[in-house]
Design a protein around this ligand. Structure first.
Ligand SMILES: [Zn+2]
Ligand SMILES: [Zn+2]
Length: 393
């Protein structure tokens, strides 16, 4: 029973930390402990660490943290790339040394020894492609190609030059301050890849997320099948029911089986929990980026649309208050009209309406299939098609 409770507590704490970290900033968690945990994980813990170092080592300590932060977060560096290889290599090594000896097992065939290596190899290949491919760097000699491929919508993108590169800034592009270059259809700068994710490598990035999600699920299921095979081969259920007199029911047997597995196969259990948690995280990231691809939006643009919507809201509020002021100066029947305008204001604030504004105004959203095709074959790689389109438009 004790082990059962430890497992339940462990699971609940892990879930609470994960949900707080990933979803703590959602409006539904405003003012809840989940929001406070999120604040602690994303800001508070680091702040306390900085203060602690400042208290112990003085200005020299805080300066060292600031320069380490600058090197790790604001300059191109291979730290997270090395960490990726350490995590993938370490996990594969642990799985191979701890679990390959049980393959072939009762529920798992010999082929998984080679299939797992192949699956990891494909994952590493996708990582290398996303990390070392050109994300779509905009330079003086190719800027015209991007300008014709991506017309301005005059809402979140209008004609202007990049103040650093001194070249026209095509719509959907952004100057990455870490890489110090303009990138077409800029999504974000990925620290893990030490590269921008843009027009030409979004396909590799999304494939990387999908593949690694599936890879972690594969690992979790494969280890689960190995353990199930061990339970079968050692006739654990039979021994528990016949020799120890445990009831032959799922509820009664599970704690004993789990206890036996934790004692004899603790590395495999730890690997399973680790892979399951990572697969959940990756599935969340993949879902988010898949949704962006399907609506032909980038991470960068979601921030731009948020800014646009809050600006629109402020503008309409300013208009409403100036109209109310005019009405009160003119001494008209403003009191009779005010309840209606309040309701209108609430309706205007409806989140559904905001989504509508983005969908209606996003001229780059050309429908499900066209959007997917644009990620697979970038527009600037189809100069003829984009040029005729821009001429006809
Ligand atoms: Zn630039
Ligand atoms: Zn970058």
């Amino acid at each position: 029973m004790e082990i059962q409770w430890i497992l339940v507590c462990h699971g609940l704490v892990t879930l609470l930390v994960l949900v707080s970290f990933l979803c703590g900033q959602w409006p539904i968690f405003d003012g809840t402990p989940i929001q406070r945990i999120n604040h602690f994980l994303t800001f508070g813990a680091y702040d306390y660490f900085q203060r602690f170092v400042g208290f112990v080592f003085g200005a020299r300590g805080t300066n060292a943290i600031a320069s380490a932060e600058y090197f790790c977060c604001d300059r191109p560096n291979q730290i997270l790339q090395i960490l990726y290889f350490a995590i993938v290599g370490g996990t594969y090594y642990l799985v191979a040394t701890s679990s390959f000896r049980y393959i072939p097992g009762y529920y798992i065939s010999e082929i998984h020894r080679y299939a797992s290596l192949l699956a990891v190899g494909v994952g590493v290949l996708l990582f290398l492609l996303a990390s070392f491919s050109d994300p779509g760097t905009v330079k003086a000699d190719n800027v015209s190609l991007y300008l014709s491929a991506y017309p301005y919508d005059n809402i979140i993108y209008s004609e202007k030059d990049c103040s650093t590169c001194k070249i026209p800034k095509p719509a959907r592009s952004k100057h990455c301050s870490i890489c110090d270059r303009c990138v077409a259809r800029f999504d974000h700068h990925c620290g893990w890849m030490n590269n921008c994710i843009g027009e030409r490598n979004t396909r590799y990035f999304v494939a990387f997320l999908l593949w690694h999600t599936l890879l972690c699920i594969y690992g979790t299921v494969a280890i689960g099948l190995i353990l199930a095979g061990q339970v079968k081969e050692f006739k654990v259920i039979g021994i528990l029911t016949v020799y120890y007199g445990v009831d032959n029911s799922f509820r009664r047997l599970t704690p004993h089986v789990v206890q036996w597995l934790l004692g004899a196969y603790n590395i495999q259990i730890l690997l399973m929990v680790f892979l399951a948690i990572v697969s959940l995280l990756l599935a969340g990231f993949f879902g988010y980026h898949a949704k962006l691809c399907l609506t032909n939006t980038t991470t960068n643009e979601t921030f731009k649309w948020q800014d646009y919507l809050s600006w629109q809201r402020k503008l309409s509020e300013a208009r409403a208050s100036s109209a109310a002021l005019k009405a009160s100066i003119n001494g008209t029947d403003s009191e009779r009209k005010s309840p209606e305008s309040k309701w209108r204001a609430i309706f205007r604030r409806s989140p559904l309406k905001e989504v509508d504004v983005v969908v209606k105004n996003n001229m780059y959203d050309k429908g499900f299939f066209q959007n997917i095709l644009e990620v697979i074959v970038p527009l600037s790689r189809r100069p003829l098609a984009s040029q005729t389109k821009s001429k006809s438009g």
